[in-house]
Design a protein around this ligand. Structure first.
Ligand code: ADP
Length: 321
């Protein structure tokens, strides 16, 4: 069984359904409140375990009731929580999501215990990281912890594949990017990493992927929602990029699609697949996720299989675009 270590955030999501967003100073009554497990790290760990990998999680929760529930949810998905620390006197990470009836969402995240992830904690998990086929990290925990995990992989490059989902985005140094085997970003994140205005004019995802390879990553995957994903690889003659279209689905909730995508990519790479195969699988899993509610909503493998068949013939070799 392939082994994956996920370093990242664990959050309690408080999802409020409202008719409209409140004005400054205004109090509104919500139509509904749902408490759902979330956090990019936990979402990716749970998805990877459900897709069949042996997953260890490195992260932090508080010693509050939310922390108990979040740990239980990770464990019930089969995730090894031996490296998830309880931080005394600190609340677990929380995301306050307001879903308005016009479809416009706003989210406030309080890092809480997630901000206690540190170098010492990563060191304690060093043997597990090195014994993994894939290390997956996002940027909802302190960058110093992620940097250290990349250093721990260090000389094991080629044995442990490093996947970084640079979300939420921040500008990363060339030395950080040089340690990343596969950088996964959506178009908005890609623009931030390239130093372009996040809300600027739409850029060609292939150009964004090429630009990120030029910044130092070995391979880059830019996810493009209903348009699928573009991936690029470093090659002696310059970055080669290819596009994988998304299958057509009827989305009911796109929350966590990017997390399901990153998890599926990691699972496929951990099984020894090439990047083009892994991206196709991830596109199908991301699309399947949009048909279920919740960041950790269920994904049916039969659905994924039928979606894979529908996109099987559409992948040009890298460099065709
Ligand atoms: P994020 O959730 O990080 O913003 P995207 O919106 O790019 O990321 O979605 C990630 C992946 O999920 C896409 O590459 C695609 O495979 C799938 N996906 C997302 N939205 C849709 C959609 N409307 N139809 C089909 N697939 C989708």
């Amino acid at each position: 069984m392939s082994r994956i270590t996920v370093l990242g955030s664990v959050n309690q999501d408080y999802v409020l359904t409202v008719a409209r967003h409140p004005l400054p100073g205004e109090t509104l009554l919500a139509n509904g409140l749902q408490l759902l497990p979330g956090g990019k790290g936990a979402n990716q760990a749970v998805a990877a375990a459900r897709l069949g990998s042996k997953v260890a999680m490195i992260g932090c929760v508080g010693d509050d009731p939310a922390g108990d529930a979040l740990l239980r949810q990770l464990q019930s998905a089969g995730v090894d929580t031996g490296f998830v620390m309880r931080i005394a006197g600190v609340p677990s990470g929380a995301a306050f999501v307001t879903l308005a009836s016009d479809g416009e969402n706003s989210i406030i995240v309080a890092a809480g215990a997630n901000s206690y992830c540190d170098v010492a904690q990563v060191d304690r998990a060093a043997d597990t990281i090195r014994a993994s086929q894939v290390l997956v990290a996002q940027l909802e925990v302190p960058l110093s912890a992620v940097e250290h995990a990349l250093e721990v992989v260090g000389g094991r490059r080629g044995h442990t594949i490093v996947v970084v989902n640079a979300s939420p985005p921040q500008v990363l140094t060339a030395s950080f990017l040089a340690r990343v085997d596969v950088l996964v970003v959506n178009e908005h994140e890609a623009r931030v990493l390239r130093g372009l205005p996040a809300d600027g004019l739409a850029s060609d995802p292939a150009a964004l992927a090429r630009g990120l390879v030029d910044l130092g990553a070995q391979s880059v995957v830019v996810t493009c929602g209903a348009d699928g994903a573009v991936f690029g690889r470093r090659r002696p003659e310059g970055a080669g990029v290819a596009h994988v279209p998304a299958p057509r689905v009827r989305p009911v909730d796109t929350t966590g699609a990017g997390d399901a995508f990153a998890a599926a990519l990691a699972v496929s790479l951990a099984e020894g697949r090439e990047l083009d195969h892994a991206v196709r699988f991830a596109v199908a899993v991301g699309a399947a996720k949009t048909t279920a509610v919740g960041a950790q909503g269920p994904i049916s493998m039969e659905h994924v299989q039928s979606l894979l068949e529908s996109i099987a013939d559409h992948v040009p070799p890298p460099g065709e675009r």
